[in-house]
Design a protein around this ligand. Structure first.
Ligand SMILES: [Zn+2]
Length: 278
């Protein structure tokens, strides 16, 4: 068992990285959002979390005025809104992608520098490469800390729960492609936006891909049995192993699967119903 997740307390998770958990536990956030502090002499903060003075204060205390960069994985409301407060207090540079129009986005995120796929932030202590990983959100980035082969995954990979893919900003095909692409990188450990570190990166990524493909197969099986069905009907069959309280969010991912299957030419839509293509 790794160290306990307790809000506000800085926890070193490796030689270069400290984690501070934000005070926003919930159904979508698990124990809350993890803010990661990378480096000691000059610090990059990954995902400052929601606007919460207490959390930002905890980050400032832990870094003793050494924050130079604020990086965000994506502009969902539990990850990036704290950035503005943090850069006001530190003068740090905010590096992020612009927020997309769709989905529940943080409209306060104003990057001082746009993020770039494969751009590497080089410091005396570490180098950190941004990897565009669309799927959960179209502007999602993971960050690879080369010295420790550690990938900061934001909401691309979470520990303890399945990532929600909510159309139309969320896209299942992009999500699966982004997972596969990560297998080309040298990654040992995953540092998720929610939950504990995950030790065997390749095994976890393979598990996530097979899980989604299993779910996709269940969609096909359900349509074979039912002939056709709308989202609520398909949800009951395809997510029969998932607790009911998670069904409203599961329905978003189900929709993402159906859109992907339609793009692949395997299903078609008739008003609210979905059916297998001839
Ligand atoms: Zn998110």
């Amino acid at each position: 068992m790794s160290t306990l997740l307790k809000a506000g307390e800085p926890v070193p998770v490796s030689e270069l990285v400290t984690r501070v958990l934000a005070r926003n536990p919930g159904m979508m956030t698990g124990p809350g959002t993890n803010s990661y502090l990378v480096g000691h002499r000059e610090v990059a903060v990954i995902d400052p979390g929601p606007v919460d003075e207490t959390h930002i204060e905890a980050i400032l205390q832990a870094t003793k005025g050494r924050i130079r960069w604020v990086l965000v994985t994506h502009t969902h409301l539990d990850h990036s809104p704290g950035a503005q407060l943090l850069i006001e207090k530190t003068g740090a540079e905010l590096i992020a992608f612009e927020q997309p129009a769709e989905g529940f986005q943080d409209n306060t995120c104003q990057p001082s520098k746009p993020a770039q796929h494969r751009h590497t932030l080089e410091t005396e202590e570490f180098s950190l490469t941004a990897l565009h990983t669309p799927g959960h959100a179209s502007n999602h980035l993971c960050y690879l800390l080369h010295a420790e082969a550690m990938l900061f995954t934001g909401d691309h990979i979470m520990q303890g729960s399945t990532v929600v893919i909510a159309p139309t900003d969320g896209n299942m095909t992009h999500y699966l492609d982004s997972l596969s692409d990560l297998k080309q990188e040298s990654i040992d450990r995953l540092a998720p936006g929610h939950g504990h570190l995950i030790e065997d990166a390749t095994k976890e990524i393979d598990k996530l891909i097979s899980h989604r493909l299993m779910r996709e197969q269940k969609v096909i099986e359900a349509l074979k049995q039912l002939g056709k069905g709308d989202l609520p009907l398909l949800l009951k069959k395809v997510y029969d192993d998932v607790p009911i309280f998670l069904h409203p969010v599961a329905q978003l991912s189900l929709h993402a699967h159906l859109i992907r299957l339609a793009e692949l030419g395997r299903v078609a839509r008739q008003q609210n119903d979905w059916l297998l293509s001839e």
